[in-house]
Design a protein around this ligand. Structure first.
Ligand code: NAD
Ligand code: UDP
Length: 316
Protein backbone atom coordinates (compact mmCIF):
# COMPACT_ATOMS: atom_id res chain seq x y z
CA UNK A 1 0.00 0.00 0.00
CA UNK A 2 1.38 3.39 -1.03
CA UNK A 3 0.35 6.71 0.49
CA UNK A 4 -0.54 8.99 -2.40
CA UNK A 5 -1.23 12.73 -2.49
CA UNK A 6 -3.64 13.91 -5.19
CA UNK A 7 -3.82 17.69 -5.58
CA UNK A 8 -7.05 18.80 -7.25
CA UNK A 9 -8.54 15.53 -6.01
CA UNK A 10 -12.08 16.93 -5.74
CA UNK A 11 -12.13 17.94 -9.41
CA UNK A 12 -13.26 15.93 -12.41
CA UNK A 13 -10.10 13.90 -13.11
CA UNK A 14 -8.92 14.02 -9.49
CA UNK A 15 -12.09 12.38 -8.24
CA UNK A 16 -11.71 9.46 -10.66
CA UNK A 17 -8.03 9.12 -9.84
CA UNK A 18 -8.68 9.07 -6.06
CA UNK A 19 -11.31 6.37 -6.56
CA UNK A 20 -9.00 4.30 -8.76
CA UNK A 21 -6.13 4.53 -6.27
CA UNK A 22 -8.38 3.52 -3.37
CA UNK A 23 -9.75 0.59 -5.37
CA UNK A 24 -6.24 -0.61 -6.15
CA UNK A 25 -5.34 -0.69 -2.45
CA UNK A 26 -3.64 2.62 -1.78
CA UNK A 27 -4.11 5.30 0.86
CA UNK A 28 -5.14 8.64 -0.66
CA UNK A 29 -4.79 12.18 0.63
CA UNK A 30 -6.81 14.59 -1.48
CA UNK A 31 -5.83 18.26 -1.37
CA UNK A 32 -8.19 20.81 -2.92
CA UNK A 33 -9.27 24.42 -2.46
CA UNK A 34 -12.69 23.68 -4.04
CA UNK A 35 -12.35 26.36 -6.71
CA UNK A 36 -13.80 24.14 -9.45
CA UNK A 37 -13.98 20.88 -7.49
CA UNK A 38 -16.79 20.04 -5.07
CA UNK A 39 -17.38 18.00 -1.94
CA UNK A 40 -20.23 16.35 -3.82
CA UNK A 41 -17.66 14.80 -6.19
CA UNK A 42 -15.91 12.98 -3.35
CA UNK A 43 -18.80 12.33 -0.98
CA UNK A 44 -18.86 8.62 -1.89
CA UNK A 45 -15.19 8.29 -0.99
CA UNK A 46 -15.48 9.86 2.47
CA UNK A 47 -16.53 6.62 4.21
CA UNK A 48 -13.32 4.92 3.13
CA UNK A 49 -10.88 4.98 6.09
CA UNK A 50 -7.96 5.18 3.66
CA UNK A 51 -9.23 8.46 2.17
CA UNK A 52 -8.47 11.89 3.65
CA UNK A 53 -9.36 15.36 2.42
CA UNK A 54 -7.46 18.57 3.19
CA UNK A 55 -8.77 22.00 2.16
CA UNK A 56 -5.62 23.74 0.98
CA UNK A 57 -4.45 26.04 -1.81
CA UNK A 58 -1.26 24.62 -3.37
CA UNK A 59 0.04 28.16 -3.91
CA UNK A 60 1.07 27.79 -0.25
CA UNK A 61 3.57 25.22 1.05
CA UNK A 62 2.31 21.90 2.33
CA UNK A 63 4.10 19.59 4.77
CA UNK A 64 3.01 15.99 4.59
CA UNK A 65 4.59 12.51 4.25
CA UNK A 66 3.63 10.54 1.13
CA UNK A 67 5.24 8.13 -1.36
CA UNK A 68 3.80 9.65 -4.55
CA UNK A 69 2.27 12.97 -5.63
CA UNK A 70 -0.14 13.48 -8.51
CA UNK A 71 -0.28 17.23 -9.17
CA UNK A 72 -3.66 17.87 -10.79
CA UNK A 73 -4.71 21.09 -9.06
CA UNK A 74 -5.59 23.74 -11.65
CA UNK A 75 -8.88 24.80 -13.23
CA UNK A 76 -9.00 23.19 -16.68
CA UNK A 77 -12.01 24.80 -18.35
CA UNK A 78 -11.31 28.04 -20.26
CA UNK A 79 -14.14 29.94 -18.54
CA UNK A 80 -12.84 28.98 -15.11
CA UNK A 81 -9.11 29.44 -15.72
CA UNK A 82 -9.78 32.83 -17.33
CA UNK A 83 -11.98 33.96 -14.41
CA UNK A 84 -8.91 34.78 -12.27
CA UNK A 85 -5.95 34.43 -14.66
CA UNK A 86 -3.35 35.58 -12.11
CA UNK A 87 -4.47 32.86 -9.71
CA UNK A 88 -4.31 30.33 -12.59
CA UNK A 89 -0.67 31.16 -13.28
CA UNK A 90 0.08 31.10 -9.55
CA UNK A 91 -1.53 27.68 -9.20
CA UNK A 92 0.51 26.27 -12.08
CA UNK A 93 3.82 27.89 -11.18
CA UNK A 94 3.85 28.46 -7.39
CA UNK A 95 1.83 25.28 -7.00
CA UNK A 96 4.42 23.31 -8.99
CA UNK A 97 7.29 24.85 -6.98
CA UNK A 98 5.58 23.92 -3.70
CA UNK A 99 4.79 20.36 -4.79
CA UNK A 100 8.27 19.85 -6.27
CA UNK A 101 9.82 21.21 -3.07
CA UNK A 102 7.72 18.77 -1.08
CA UNK A 103 8.69 15.87 -3.38
CA UNK A 104 12.36 16.79 -3.02
CA UNK A 105 12.21 16.96 0.78
CA UNK A 106 10.38 13.64 1.22
CA UNK A 107 11.96 11.91 -1.84
CA UNK A 108 8.56 11.22 -3.41
CA UNK A 109 7.86 10.49 -7.06
CA UNK A 110 5.83 13.31 -8.61
CA UNK A 111 3.44 13.37 -11.58
CA UNK A 112 2.38 16.53 -13.40
CA UNK A 113 -0.96 16.82 -15.21
CA UNK A 114 0.20 18.86 -18.19
CA UNK A 115 -1.94 19.56 -21.20
CA UNK A 116 -2.24 19.57 -24.98
CA UNK A 117 -2.55 23.35 -24.53
CA UNK A 118 1.26 23.48 -24.36
CA UNK A 119 1.06 23.00 -28.16
CA UNK A 120 -1.14 26.14 -28.45
CA UNK A 121 -2.76 26.47 -31.88
CA UNK A 122 -0.59 23.76 -33.44
CA UNK A 123 1.09 23.98 -36.84
CA UNK A 124 2.00 20.30 -36.65
CA UNK A 125 -0.73 17.69 -36.87
CA UNK A 126 -1.16 15.31 -35.11
CA UNK A 127 0.90 16.64 -32.20
CA UNK A 128 3.99 14.72 -31.12
CA UNK A 129 5.84 15.33 -27.88
CA UNK A 130 8.88 16.78 -29.69
CA UNK A 131 6.76 19.62 -31.16
CA UNK A 132 7.49 22.86 -29.22
CA UNK A 133 4.13 24.41 -29.91
CA UNK A 134 2.63 27.66 -31.12
CA UNK A 135 1.49 29.56 -28.05
CA UNK A 136 0.48 33.20 -27.71
CA UNK A 137 2.11 34.36 -24.46
CA UNK A 138 -0.12 37.44 -24.00
CA UNK A 139 -3.61 36.21 -24.88
CA UNK A 140 -6.55 35.21 -22.66
CA UNK A 141 -5.51 31.52 -22.71
CA UNK A 142 -1.87 32.29 -21.84
CA UNK A 143 -2.34 32.10 -18.06
CA UNK A 144 -3.13 28.43 -18.48
CA UNK A 145 -0.90 27.56 -21.47
CA UNK A 146 2.20 29.37 -20.25
CA UNK A 147 1.57 28.36 -16.63
CA UNK A 148 1.55 24.72 -17.68
CA UNK A 149 4.62 25.21 -19.91
CA UNK A 150 6.51 26.80 -17.03
CA UNK A 151 5.44 23.93 -14.75
CA UNK A 152 6.99 21.49 -17.26
CA UNK A 153 10.19 23.57 -17.19
CA UNK A 154 10.27 23.45 -13.39
CA UNK A 155 9.73 19.69 -13.38
CA UNK A 156 12.67 19.17 -15.73
CA UNK A 157 14.90 21.56 -13.77
CA UNK A 158 14.15 19.68 -10.53
CA UNK A 159 14.90 16.45 -12.41
CA UNK A 160 18.25 17.74 -13.74
CA UNK A 161 19.28 19.77 -10.70
CA UNK A 162 17.95 17.62 -7.85
CA UNK A 163 17.57 14.20 -9.46
CA UNK A 164 13.86 14.13 -8.66
CA UNK A 165 11.70 11.29 -10.00
CA UNK A 166 9.32 13.14 -12.33
CA UNK A 167 6.52 12.04 -14.66
CA UNK A 168 4.77 14.41 -17.07
CA UNK A 169 1.67 13.60 -19.12
CA UNK A 170 0.15 15.99 -21.65
CA UNK A 171 -3.55 15.32 -21.36
CA UNK A 172 -5.84 15.93 -24.35
CA UNK A 173 -9.56 16.79 -23.99
CA UNK A 174 -11.07 14.29 -21.57
CA UNK A 175 -14.74 13.96 -20.61
CA UNK A 176 -17.04 11.82 -18.50
CA UNK A 177 -19.15 11.69 -15.34
CA UNK A 178 -18.33 14.10 -12.49
CA UNK A 179 -17.69 17.08 -14.75
CA UNK A 180 -19.63 19.99 -13.25
CA UNK A 181 -22.91 21.09 -14.84
CA UNK A 182 -21.39 24.58 -15.22
CA UNK A 183 -17.93 23.32 -16.18
CA UNK A 184 -18.12 25.17 -19.50
CA UNK A 185 -16.15 22.66 -21.56
CA UNK A 186 -17.71 21.49 -24.76
CA UNK A 187 -18.85 17.95 -23.94
CA UNK A 188 -20.64 18.84 -20.71
CA UNK A 189 -22.07 22.04 -22.24
CA UNK A 190 -23.55 20.21 -25.24
CA UNK A 191 -24.97 17.34 -23.18
CA UNK A 192 -26.60 19.62 -20.60
CA UNK A 193 -27.99 21.89 -23.34
CA UNK A 194 -29.33 18.90 -25.29
CA UNK A 195 -30.96 17.30 -22.23
CA UNK A 196 -32.71 20.62 -21.47
CA UNK A 197 -33.66 21.13 -25.16
CA UNK A 198 -31.77 24.44 -24.97
CA UNK A 199 -29.83 25.81 -27.96
CA UNK A 200 -26.47 24.10 -28.52
CA UNK A 201 -23.82 26.84 -28.46
CA UNK A 202 -21.23 26.30 -31.17
CA UNK A 203 -18.36 28.78 -30.99
CA UNK A 204 -17.23 29.82 -34.47
CA UNK A 205 -18.26 27.70 -37.46
CA UNK A 206 -17.82 24.42 -35.59
CA UNK A 207 -15.17 23.18 -38.04
CA UNK A 208 -12.43 23.25 -35.37
CA UNK A 209 -11.48 19.78 -34.19
CA UNK A 210 -10.81 18.10 -30.85
CA UNK A 211 -9.98 14.53 -29.84
CA UNK A 212 -12.06 13.29 -26.93
CA UNK A 213 -10.82 10.72 -24.44
CA UNK A 214 -13.15 8.97 -21.99
CA UNK A 215 -12.05 9.46 -18.38
CA UNK A 216 -11.63 5.75 -17.57
CA UNK A 217 -9.06 5.35 -20.36
CA UNK A 218 -7.25 8.50 -19.26
CA UNK A 219 -6.95 7.46 -15.62
CA UNK A 220 -5.46 4.12 -16.67
CA UNK A 221 -2.86 6.08 -18.67
CA UNK A 222 -2.02 8.33 -15.68
CA UNK A 223 -1.35 5.47 -13.29
CA UNK A 224 0.63 3.52 -15.88
CA UNK A 225 2.79 6.59 -16.39
CA UNK A 226 3.36 6.95 -12.64
CA UNK A 227 4.37 3.27 -12.47
CA UNK A 228 7.03 3.46 -15.22
CA UNK A 229 10.70 2.98 -14.37
CA UNK A 230 12.64 6.02 -13.11
CA UNK A 231 14.34 6.67 -16.47
CA UNK A 232 10.98 7.54 -18.05
CA UNK A 233 10.09 11.16 -17.32
CA UNK A 234 7.82 11.98 -20.27
CA UNK A 235 6.37 14.19 -21.46
CA UNK A 236 3.93 11.70 -22.89
CA UNK A 237 0.71 12.50 -24.75
CA UNK A 238 -2.41 10.89 -23.29
CA UNK A 239 -5.59 11.23 -25.32
CA UNK A 240 -7.80 9.56 -27.87
CA UNK A 241 -6.57 10.02 -31.46
CA UNK A 242 -10.16 9.91 -32.81
CA UNK A 243 -10.67 13.46 -34.12
CA UNK A 244 -14.06 15.16 -34.53
CA UNK A 245 -15.24 18.61 -35.50
CA UNK A 246 -17.21 20.45 -32.84
CA UNK A 247 -20.21 20.44 -35.16
CA UNK A 248 -19.98 16.64 -35.45
CA UNK A 249 -19.91 16.40 -31.67
CA UNK A 250 -23.02 18.61 -31.41
CA UNK A 251 -24.91 16.49 -33.96
CA UNK A 252 -23.90 13.28 -32.22
CA UNK A 253 -25.10 14.56 -28.84
CA UNK A 254 -28.43 15.74 -30.29
CA UNK A 255 -28.90 12.38 -31.97
CA UNK A 256 -28.02 10.34 -28.88
CA UNK A 257 -30.24 12.35 -26.51
CA UNK A 258 -33.17 12.61 -28.95
CA UNK A 259 -33.08 16.34 -28.22
CA UNK A 260 -35.11 19.10 -29.90
CA UNK A 261 -32.17 21.50 -29.47
CA UNK A 262 -31.09 23.66 -32.41
CA UNK A 263 -27.53 24.71 -33.17
CA UNK A 264 -26.67 28.37 -32.53
CA UNK A 265 -23.37 29.84 -33.69
CA UNK A 266 -21.56 32.25 -31.37
CA UNK A 267 -18.28 34.17 -31.59
CA UNK A 268 -15.16 32.01 -31.49
CA UNK A 269 -13.06 32.87 -28.42
CA UNK A 270 -9.66 34.34 -29.31
CA UNK A 271 -6.74 31.91 -29.73
CA UNK A 272 -9.14 28.94 -29.84
CA UNK A 273 -7.00 26.17 -31.42
CA UNK A 274 -8.18 25.12 -34.91
CA UNK A 275 -7.25 21.48 -34.55
CA UNK A 276 -6.00 19.08 -31.96
CA UNK A 277 -5.13 15.40 -32.13
CA UNK A 278 -2.53 13.44 -30.14
CA UNK A 279 0.13 11.21 -31.62
CA UNK A 280 0.16 8.50 -28.95
CA UNK A 281 3.06 6.38 -30.28
CA UNK A 282 5.10 7.10 -27.15
CA UNK A 283 2.25 6.12 -24.81
CA UNK A 284 1.82 2.89 -26.78
CA UNK A 285 5.54 2.19 -26.52
CA UNK A 286 6.24 3.21 -22.90
CA UNK A 287 2.92 2.34 -21.27
CA UNK A 288 1.44 -0.27 -23.60
CA UNK A 289 -1.58 2.03 -23.44
CA UNK A 290 -4.20 3.22 -25.87
CA UNK A 291 -7.80 4.30 -25.35
CA UNK A 292 -10.39 1.51 -25.58
CA UNK A 293 -13.63 3.46 -25.26
CA UNK A 294 -15.10 4.95 -28.43
CA UNK A 295 -16.73 8.40 -28.31
CA UNK A 296 -20.28 7.02 -28.65
CA UNK A 297 -19.73 4.60 -25.77
CA UNK A 298 -18.27 7.27 -23.50
CA UNK A 299 -21.07 9.68 -24.41
CA UNK A 300 -23.72 7.12 -23.39
CA UNK A 301 -22.28 6.99 -19.85
CA UNK A 302 -21.79 10.75 -19.66
CA UNK A 303 -25.30 11.53 -20.91
CA UNK A 304 -26.75 9.11 -18.38
CA UNK A 305 -24.75 10.80 -15.59
CA UNK A 306 -25.96 14.30 -16.48
CA UNK A 307 -29.52 13.06 -16.96
CA UNK A 308 -29.49 11.78 -13.36
CA UNK A 309 -27.94 14.98 -12.01
CA UNK A 310 -30.47 17.19 -13.81
CA UNK A 311 -33.37 15.12 -12.45
CA UNK A 312 -32.04 15.62 -8.91
CA UNK A 313 -32.20 19.42 -9.30
CA UNK A 314 -35.64 20.88 -8.49
CA UNK A 315 -37.09 22.45 -11.67
CA UNK A 316 -38.73 25.83 -11.38
P1 NAD B 1 -11.16 20.50 -12.68
O1 NAD B 1 -11.29 21.97 -12.78
O2 NAD B 1 -12.41 19.68 -12.64
O3 NAD B 1 -10.29 20.10 -11.40
C1 NAD B 1 -9.25 20.88 -10.91
C2 NAD B 1 -9.24 20.77 -9.39
O4 NAD B 1 -8.16 21.54 -8.87
C3 NAD B 1 -10.52 21.31 -8.76
O5 NAD B 1 -10.98 20.41 -7.77
C4 NAD B 1 -10.08 22.64 -8.14
O6 NAD B 1 -10.88 23.01 -7.04
C5 NAD B 1 -8.65 22.31 -7.77
N1 NAD B 1 -7.79 23.49 -7.64
C6 NAD B 1 -7.68 24.54 -8.50
N2 NAD B 1 -6.76 25.40 -8.05
C7 NAD B 1 -6.28 24.90 -6.88
C8 NAD B 1 -5.32 25.34 -5.95
N3 NAD B 1 -4.65 26.50 -6.10
N4 NAD B 1 -5.07 24.58 -4.85
C9 NAD B 1 -5.74 23.42 -4.66
N5 NAD B 1 -6.67 22.95 -5.52
C10 NAD B 1 -6.94 23.69 -6.61
O7 NAD B 1 -10.23 20.05 -13.90
P2 NAD B 1 -9.87 18.58 -14.41
O8 NAD B 1 -10.47 18.39 -15.74
O9 NAD B 1 -10.12 17.57 -13.36
O10 NAD B 1 -8.30 18.74 -14.63
C11 NAD B 1 -7.37 18.25 -13.68
C12 NAD B 1 -5.97 18.54 -14.17
O11 NAD B 1 -5.75 17.91 -15.43
C13 NAD B 1 -5.67 20.03 -14.36
O12 NAD B 1 -4.37 20.29 -13.94
C14 NAD B 1 -5.79 20.22 -15.85
O13 NAD B 1 -4.98 21.26 -16.30
C15 NAD B 1 -5.32 18.88 -16.38
N6 NAD B 1 -5.92 18.61 -17.70
C16 NAD B 1 -7.22 18.22 -17.82
C17 NAD B 1 -7.76 18.01 -19.08
C18 NAD B 1 -9.18 17.55 -19.29
O14 NAD B 1 -9.61 17.44 -20.43
N7 NAD B 1 -9.93 17.22 -18.27
C19 NAD B 1 -6.96 18.21 -20.22
C20 NAD B 1 -5.66 18.64 -20.05
C21 NAD B 1 -5.13 18.82 -18.78
N1 UDP C 1 -16.94 25.07 -27.65
C1 UDP C 1 -18.15 25.30 -28.28
N2 UDP C 1 -19.26 25.47 -27.51
C2 UDP C 1 -19.23 25.40 -26.16
C3 UDP C 1 -17.99 25.14 -25.50
C4 UDP C 1 -16.87 24.99 -26.29
O1 UDP C 1 -18.22 25.36 -29.51
O2 UDP C 1 -20.30 25.55 -25.53
C5 UDP C 1 -15.75 24.86 -28.48
C6 UDP C 1 -14.55 25.71 -28.11
O3 UDP C 1 -14.59 26.97 -28.75
C7 UDP C 1 -13.40 24.83 -28.59
C8 UDP C 1 -13.91 23.42 -28.38
O4 UDP C 1 -15.33 23.52 -28.29
O5 UDP C 1 -13.18 25.04 -29.97
C9 UDP C 1 -13.38 22.76 -27.13
O6 UDP C 1 -13.60 23.65 -26.07
P1 UDP C 1 -13.30 23.28 -24.54
O7 UDP C 1 -13.57 24.49 -23.75
O8 UDP C 1 -14.03 22.03 -24.19
O9 UDP C 1 -11.77 22.88 -24.51
P2 UDP C 1 -10.42 23.48 -25.17
O10 UDP C 1 -10.77 24.66 -26.03
O11 UDP C 1 -9.59 23.86 -24.02
O12 UDP C 1 -9.91 22.36 -25.98
Amino acid sequence: MKRVLVTGGAGFLGRHLCQHLLMTGHEVICVDNFFTGTKRNIVELLDNPYFEIIRHDICFPLYIEVDEIYNLACPASPIHYQHDPVQTTKTSVHGAINMLGLAKRIKAKIFQASTSEVYGDPNVHPQREDYWGNVNQIGPRSCYDEGKRCAETLFFDYFRQHNLKIKIARIFNTYGPFMQLNDGRVVSNFIVQALKNDPITIYGDGDQTRSFCYVEDLIEGLVRMMDTSDDITGPVNLGNPGEFTIRELAEKVIDMTGSRSKLVFQTLPSDDPRQRCPDISLARHWLDWEPRIRLEEGLVNTISYFDTILKEIPQG
